[in-house]
Design a protein around this ligand. Structure first.
Ligand code: TRP
Ligand code: MN
Length: 474
């Protein structure tokens, strides 16, 4: 009897899912969305929380806490991204692959922000258009994994899924998902955002200061000569502004608008921070300004797409080299049925070997359909390989090749290269090979700190910016 009941319940659950799917396919956006309607769909990559009651309790507590970002800011970002669709702005999105709780410190946050601002100044000047600054920061604490478990020294452990879920330590107890970590993550995100807001308002982001940092970089880089000219030109432009009496204390000169983003992976956490806007109405996921969906959770009939289709934030979707064109089109229709500019960013991560072949068909079809899309290049994720030393790494030249090909393909197809998406840090790590100091395989172990994917260090990130600057300068 008990077994039969179980069977019937499973069957009912299955039927509900089929019905929802059917509705989504036939009725488009008309089926009702709520911040928990995703529960009727299959959610991949969710941790196996040992006690769902504790999980639900944490989610309930989070639901009462203040939002981390505000609907008005989210609308500002969307309006800026709408300009990146038409080539009137450029998006720079970057930060850790995965943030560590232990790295939520003032110096670490300051250095990441510093490099992002330095890159932004170079690209603003060279591109002659505003740069939209978005960090992978203040919430990038959860990771999808290819397997639920891994073998460490002959012991099968649950995979590390990011600090908001478990701890990377290779010990059985440390790997058990702990929902209280979501609360800790919320607090870490809040204190990170607090510092970012203070730094970007309080003079740290002042143009003169950022330009001076760049001059320092140019002096110290072995490739400095190649970057000298643009560094000097920026300095001259600022001097000119000062000469004619533009107030260096004005907000335009002294402050920078900075936004946050992370992968929307843990649906319980994201639901708890989803709030109805009291001014304009509509739902916003107030855990970050922008959320993206990864390659592994972007099923059109999956829970992540269901959740994100109903919030008004700008949404990113990662697109890998094996994408199916019809599937991508269905995703676009599900996430942006009104074709609203600034709503949807496609983050292509195709790999330097594939991009030439697989990017053009995507761009052509999107152009033919008239989709409003911010095209964002992630040159990191499809260029990963394992060095002889066993370190997961990426080569600077491969990263640059993918970026160059991204721009050239867009120019050839008459579409708009709208931004770049980097895994980077302000620290002096040795995680990616190459660059002006030509880090070689044998040096990777010198300062390899990431718990996840290899990041560009401060110098390598700035080099990317200067190289793009050279490419786009008219
Ligand atoms: N306020 C402008 C902006 O945010 C200019 C600016 C000030 C700026 N400080 C900056 C640009 C630092 C890039 C980086 O774009
Ligand atoms: Mn990554």
């Amino acid at each position: 009897m008990f077994l039969m009941y179980r069977f019937a319940a499973d069957k009912f659950d299955g039927l509900a899912k089929v019905r929802n799917l059917f509705e989504r396919n036939t009725m488009g956006t008309q089926n009702t969305w709520s911040k928990t309607s995703w529960k009727n769909f299959t959610a991949l990559q969710q941790p196996k929380w040992p006690d769902m009651a504790i999980h639900d309790e944490v989610v309930k507590d989070l639901t009462r806490l203040p939002p981390l970002v505000f609907a008005g800011e989210i609308r500002d970002l969307k309006a800026m991204l709408a300009k990146a669709v038409t080539g009137d702005a450029f998006l720079v999105q970057g930060g850790d692959c995965s943030e560590d709780f232990s790295q939520v410190t003032a110096p670490k946050i300051r250095e990441t922000l510093k490099v992002l601002l330095q890159m932004a100044v170079v690209l603003t000047y060279a591109g002659g258009k505003p740069v939209i600054k978005v960090g992978r920061i203040a919430g990038q604490f959860a990771k999808p994994r290819s397997a639920d478990t891994e073998m460490v020294d002959g012991v099968e452990l649950m995979s590390y899924r990011g600090d908001m879920v478990n701890s990377p330590e290779p010990i059985e107890a440390a790997r058990i998902p702990d929902p209280n970590r979501m609360m800790q993550g919320y607090n870490m995100a809040a204190s990170t955002l607090n510092l970012l807001r203070a730094f970007t308002r309080g003079g740290f982001a002042a143009l003169h200061r950022v330009a001076a940092w760049n001059q320092e970089f140019v002096k110290q880089s072995p490739m400095g000569r190649n970057y000298e000219r643009i560094g000097k030109q920026i300095e001259q432009a600022l001097q000119f502004m000062e000469t004619i009496g533009i107030d260096p204390e004005s907000p335009q000169m002294k402050q920078a608008q900075f936004f946050t983003s992370h992968e929307a992976l843990l649906l319980g956490y994201e639901t708890a921070l989803t709030r109805e806007d009291s001014i304009n109405g509509g739902w916003y996921d107030c855990s970050a300004h922008m959320l993206w969906i990864g390659e592994r959770t972007r099923q059109v009939d999956g829970a992540h797409v269901e959740f994100l289709r109903g919030v008004n934030n700008p949404i990113g979707v990662k697109i890998g080299p094996d994408y199916d064109l019809d599937n991508v089109k269905r995703l676009i229709d599900a996430l942006n049925p009104e074709n609203e500019a600034g709503r949807l960013t496609l983050i292509t991560r195709l790999g330097m070997k594939n991009i030439e072949k697989v990017l053009p068909p995507l761009l052509r079809e999107a152009k033919r359909e008239g989709y409003n899309i911010v095209w964002n290049c992630d040159p990191m994720h499809a260029n990963t390989y394992t060095a002889k030393s066993g370190h997961k790494t990426r080569n600077f030249n491969d990263i640059l090749s993918e970026i160059t090909c991204f721009f050239e393909t867009h120019w050839a197809e008459g579409t708009i290269p709208g931004g770049i998406h980097l895994e980077m840090t302000g620290e002096n790590v040795t995680e990616c090979t190459g660059g002006a100091r030509n880090i070689v395989d044998a040096e990777l172990s010198n300062n390899y700190l990431t718990t996840c994917d290899p990041r560009l260090n401060a110098e390598q990130s700035l080099e990317v910016a200067f190289q793009i600057a050279d490419m786009i300068r008219s």
